[in-house]
Design a protein around this ligand. Structure first.
Ligand code: BGC
Length: 412
């Protein structure tokens, strides 16, 4: 069913620094990608060389019809040693943000997207309460350098994903779990001269311990940034649609509160909440249930379930009381026709929410281009634009033109 979106709707694509820039050598993950016990399928290496090629990438996005670009600035580049803030790195991001403005693209900048400086992770990462002030200090420095150019800021990307990963790891046993993960953390600590047991990267640390610090870091970062920019400030959350099947009531309730509820309920009064959705998670008698038999799966082995977006927008709006922006939604697939099919159904969900008076300010697709999918390396293809990683040539896929046309029309 065709539908129109509100005036000023943000139509964008997203990336994260470590996944596209290349050469993020002062980060925790760079070390973890190259070491012997690595959990990563391959290192990020040069990635898509977006650090240098951003002007052409932003121009491609604009040419396709999008009006917004969500990307992250890299803490590990900006504060590669504790207390040293690189003016050169901040100037780089200032140029990048200025390029968006010059091309008529609204920049939405995330301050923390999974990676952190090695010194931070070596010293306990988000598991220590010192992380809160460390993050606030970084927000203060980067906010002072960039704030006047920022219409939208996301403090932390998917602040609830560490606890989700930890709880799921315990419930079902996922990649990188168990002793392999412990061996990797021990090797990383040893290589960087840290203490065993203290090295705590965002996604493979103890998410139960990090949740309160991440909530406090967002609150503190939010207030710091509100003083340094006139733009809107919010957080983004990984909100896959949790569904309860018979016998799964208790686990569903505990998981939904720990992973979704406690974060959403802490956001009252924020300028927006960023909703990021990929699939659904079903809870049953035996715990987390696999996708139903015969269900289509994506390259991430997730169930193809675009309806998750509508459900999570509704949940986010209701529990946080904040306006929603879809800051990530997409699918890992080699079959671009499935990307179109997925996005078409997801957008119908956005329209249904708008019809019911829920404030949704934009739809930002993950991802602008094929990039480094963390543990999975370069295999999963989430991009609207294909990247030849030998030549770094870009080629928009049919889905990019299709979604760009919707963006131009502001209507499906
Ligand atoms: C993250 C991205 C990631 C995407 C697809 C989100 O959880 O923010 O960095 O690439 O999902 O898996």
């Amino acid at each position: 069913m065709a539908g129109t979106f509100p005036k000023g709707f943000l139509w964008g694509t997203a990336t994260a620094a470590h996944q596209v820039e290349g050469g993020n050598t002062a980060s925790d993950l760079w070390l973890m990608e190259w070491m012997k016990e690595s959990l990563f399928a391959e290192p990020s290496a040069d990635a898509c060389d977006h650090y240098h090629l951003y002007p052409q990438d932003i121009a491609v996005l604009k040419g396709l019809g999008f009006n917004t670009y969500r990307f992250s600035i890299e803490w590990a580049r900006i504060e590669p040693e504790e207390g040293f803030f690189s003016k050169a790195a901040l100037d780089h991001y200032r140029r990048m943000i200025a390029t968006c403005h010059a091309l008529g693209v609204t920049p939405m900048v995330t301050f923390h997207h999974f990676t952190a400086p090695l010194w931070f992770t070596r010293d306990g990462g988000w598991e220590t309460s010192r992380s809160v002030d460390r993050f606030a200090r970084y927000c203060e420095k980067a906010g002072a350098a960039l704030g006047d150019l920022l219409p939208y800021v996301c403090t932390i990307n998917e602040a609830n994903i560490p606890i989700m990963v930890t709880m799921m790891r315990r419930a079902v046993g996922i990649a990188g779990g168990g002793s392999r993960r412990e061996r990797a953390l021990a090797e990383a600590a040893r290589l960087c001269g840290g203490e065993a047991g203290k090295f705590a990267p965002y996604l493979s640390g103890n998410g139960i311990a990090t949740a309160p610090n991440l909530i406090s870091a967002h609150r503190k970062g939010y207030h710091v940034l509100k003083g340094l920019t006139e733009g809107k400030v919010g957080i983004t959350l990984a909100l896959n649609n949790f569904q309860c099947e018979e016998g799964g009531e208790e686990l569903f309730k505990t998981a939904d509160h720990a992973i979704n509820g406690q974060f959403l309920q802490s956001l009252k009064g924020d300028d927006f909440v960023g909703v990021q959705t990929y699939t659904r998670v079903r809870f049953g008698k035996t715990g987390v249930l696999p996708p139903p038999e015969g269900a289509e799966r994506t390259q991430m082995n997730y169930e193809f379930y675009p309806e998750s977006l509508e459900a999570t927008i509704r949940q986010a709006a209701k529990e946080s009381g904040c306006p929603v922006i879809v800051t990530e939604n997409g699918i890992g697939t080699e079959d671009d026709t499935r990307r179109i099919a997925y996005t078409e159904r997801a957008l119908q969900g956005v329209l249904n929410c708008l019809k019911d008076g829920i404030q949704v300010g934009g739809y930002i697709h993950w991802s602008m281009m094929d990039n480094y999918e963390w543990l999975e390396g370069y295999r999963p293809k989430f991009g609207l634009v294909e990247v030849d990683r030998t030549t770094q040539a870009r080629k928009p896929k049919p889905s990019a033109y299709w979604l760009g046309e919707i963006a131009k029309r502001n209507a499906t």
